[in-house]
Design a binder for this molecule. Structure first.
Ligand SMILES: [Zn+2]
Ligand SMILES: [Zn+2]
Length: 168
């Protein structure tokens, strides 16, 4: 019997929504930890993040950068140095990949889906080298104000910027 049947749906959902080193049954944890069922080719990996192609690409190049630790969504990130550094690092990895693979693209775009618009409950940065293909896909990756589903990486970095340390 496949392992997934062992989990009650709600129990898995609850575990997926918490920060953890890894969560069984999470497809992105499986990719990040090179689980036995993972066949995804990594474009980049270090001790904090991995990058790979989106399985359902929406643009000329469409990569995902994810933390190795299971962080569910942008709402799980806090104004801490660690979280800010992690997201900055994810963006840097994405920028380097697109600069290398799609240097002549009309635009590079980086951002996150906010709940409930996120597809997988494991934080993932979308890295897009435009044009969108097909073009209607852009709706999903365009910021539409505070209630929109997509937040640009720079905006998120502003939001989780740690308070300035005051020395007296
Ligand atoms: Zn995960
Ligand atoms: Zn997404």
């Amino acid at each position: 019997m496949r392992k997934t049947f062992c989990f009650g749906g709600s129990r898995l959902a609850r575990r997926m929504s918490e920060r953890a080193p890894m969560v069984d049954g999470c497809v992105f944890c499986d990719i990040a930890r090179r689980g036995p069922t993972s066949t995804t080719a990594l474009l980049y990996s270090d001790d904090k993040v991995v990058a790979f192609r989106d399985i359902n690409p929406s643009a000329f190049r469409h990569y995902l950068v994810i933390p190795i630790d299971h962080i569910p969504t942008v709402n799980s990130l806090h104004k801490t140095k660690d979280d800010h550094q992690l997201v900055s690092h994810m963006v840097k990895v994405g920028k380097d990949l697109l600069n290398q693979d799609a240097p002549n693209s009309e635009e590079h775009r980086f951002g996150f889906h906010q709940p409930p618009f996120n597809s997988v409950n494991h934080l993932h940065l979308h890295c897009l080298a435009l044009p969108f293909m097909p073009s209607w896909r852009q709706v999903k990756y365009t910021p539409l104000g505070p209630l929109g589903g997509f937040i640009e990486a720079e905006k998120l970095l502003e939001r989780i910027k740690p308070e300035a340390e005051v020395y007296s």
